[in-house]
Design a protein around this ligand. Structure first.
Ligand SMILES: Nc1ncnc2c1ncn2[C@@H]1O[C@H](COP(=O)(O)OP(=O)(O)OP(=O)(O)O)[C@@H](O)[C@H]1O
Ligand SMILES: [Mg+2]
Length: 235
């Protein structure tokens, strides 16, 4: 198993955001976590990344227990999060943002940055402009490009399609499929259930911090009614 989360708990004071969550991701898998606003999706990703301290449970990466590790150490070990809202550095240039992605690495990365520019020509054209000039879709490309420069084994994406036009959403999911074909494992948090289930091998549906459904997209389709209820936050 590439990632193994067991009994993970996240609490903010009395708010129990993630309740004893179990989740696994195998090599080369795309797994999606679906759920309504406030279901605990981002909290789960942050706890896996190590930016939020879980109140219980374990996170294993490649068989090693990383629960006590700092976030930067997890990044060095190949676990990279593209956070909700992208969080690129708007006052830095596109190129500087990409360089930031490689902060955990010692070897030169200019060749890899060139690869990113080849993949995303819009970024190449704007390499010396401040990231603040980028459109929403371009910012998402930059956030993903920056994450790729950390050489992830597992990339976690928190609602990457949010705010994108339908065409850009299509392109984003094509990119996710392509990265996965190149061997990258992906944990995708989405509210775009339809698109996420097309790309994912397996899915978990969260409701108020608990898994209410899990399985392959085919298995979930069979339980569509239940899925809809969970997605709408009704129970
Ligand atoms: N830093 C925090 N302090 C206190 N409560 C928090 C904090 N972050 C999240 N919460 C609460 O934890 C619960 C889960 O939040 P979380 O952001 O993980 O949900 P989400 O599924 O990502 O929602 P969304 O789809 O809106 O992004 C919510 O009730 C939220 O209000
Ligand atoms: Mg969220």
């Amino acid at each position: 198993m590439l990632l193994e989360v067991s009994g993970l708990d996240v609490r903010y004071g009395r708010n129990h955001a993630v309740k004893s969550m179990d989740l696994t991701i195998g090599e080369g898998e795309v797994v999606t976590v679906l759920g309504a606003n406030g279901a605990g999706k981002s909290s789960l990703l942050k706890a896996i990344q190590g930016t939020v301290k879980p109140s219980g449970g374990r996170v294993r990466l490649g068989g090693r227990d990383v629960t006590g590790w700092s976030a930067p150490r997890r990044v060095r070990d190949g676990l990279v999060l593209v956070p909700e809202g992208r969080q690129i550095f708007v006052s830095l240039t596109v190129h500087e943002n990409l360089q930031m992605g490689a902060y955990s690495r010692r070897e030169p990365v200019e060749a890899e940055i060139s690869d990113i520019y080849e993949r995303f020509p819009n970024l190449a054209q704007r390499r010396d402009m401040p990231a603040s000039v980028l459109s929403g879709g371009e910012q998402q490309m930059l956030a993903i490009g920056r994450a790729l420069l950390a050489k992830p084994k597992l990339m976690m994406l928190d609602e990457p399609s949010l705010g994108l036009s339908p065409i850009l959403v299509q392109q984003l999911f094509q990119l996710i499929d392509q990265l996965n074909r190149d061997g990258l494992a992906i944990l995708l948090v989405e509210q775009n259930t339809f698109m996420a289930l097309q790309s994912a091998h397996r899915a978990y549906v969260l409701e108020l911090g608990e898994t209410v459904l899990q399985g392959t997209p085919e298995q979930l389709a069979e339980e569509e009614k239940k899925l809809e209820a969970a997605y709408l936050g009704a129970s």
